[in-house]
Design a protein around this ligand. Sequence first.
Ligand SMILES: Nc1nc2c(ncn2[C@@H]2O[C@H](COP(=O)(O)OP(=O)(O)OP(=O)(O)O)[C@@H](O)[C@H]2O)c(=O)[nH]1
Ligand SMILES: [Mg+2]
Ligand SMILES: [Zn+2]
Length: 198
Amino acid sequence: MLAFNVVSSPGAGKTSLLVRAVSDLKPSRPVAVIEGDQQTSNDAERIRATGVPAIQINTGKGCHLDAAMVGEAYRRLPSMRGGLLFIENVGNLVCPAAFDLGEACKIVVFSTTEGEDKPLKYPDMFAASALMLINKIDLAPVLDFDLAQTIEYARRVNPRIEVLTISAKTGEGVSAFYAWIRKQTDRMRAGTLGTVQG
Ligand SMILES: Nc1nc2c(ncn2[C@@H]2O[C@H](COP(=O)(O)OP(=O)(O)OP(=O)(O)O)[C@@H](O)[C@H]2O)c(=O)[nH]1
Ligand SMILES: [Mg+2]
Ligand SMILES: [Zn+2]
């Protein structure tokens, strides 16, 4: 099984992206989502509406997921052998950077509405992530969003971070994200990527 820990500030578009991604990817392999939020089951319900299993974790006063919470949720999922597990972390650009949930890697969703300087202000999250998805690219023209500047700041804190621009709303760029997932799957099978037991 290949697991990704999806992190971002609140509202960057993690669930919107996952709703689209699980719908597109479920024909080819088992897919499931573990959702982390302080309160509500809204996000798990949005995922379940696609027909994909989702387990909601509510952290209450907590502000991040830890491996024990994910382990407990994982045991409630159907068999994920050969599958893809997305863990949507609590919307928070700070402490989720410090917690290993057993994922192959972290994916940071950064949206064009947040301001180009966030990688410099919250460097740990960008340093800990293998991939930065720049979401809400459909809004870039009205925001005067500076894409090159954002990427430059992100690479200042993590020279190896990969970057893709997407719109969870329109679907722009998501096929490149799926190609990136396929590449990680190949690397996992070749034994060159950290994995969790399926
Ligand atoms: N224009 C535009 N809006 C988007 C896009 N992706 C998400 N949104 C909107 O952004 C808002 C937040 O999206 P969510 O998917 O709930 O974000 P989230 O990161 O899961 O939020 P939390 O789980 O609360 O941290 C919603 O109103 C979405 O419709 C996008 O690509 N373009
Ligand atoms: Mg969400
Ligand atoms: Zn926390």
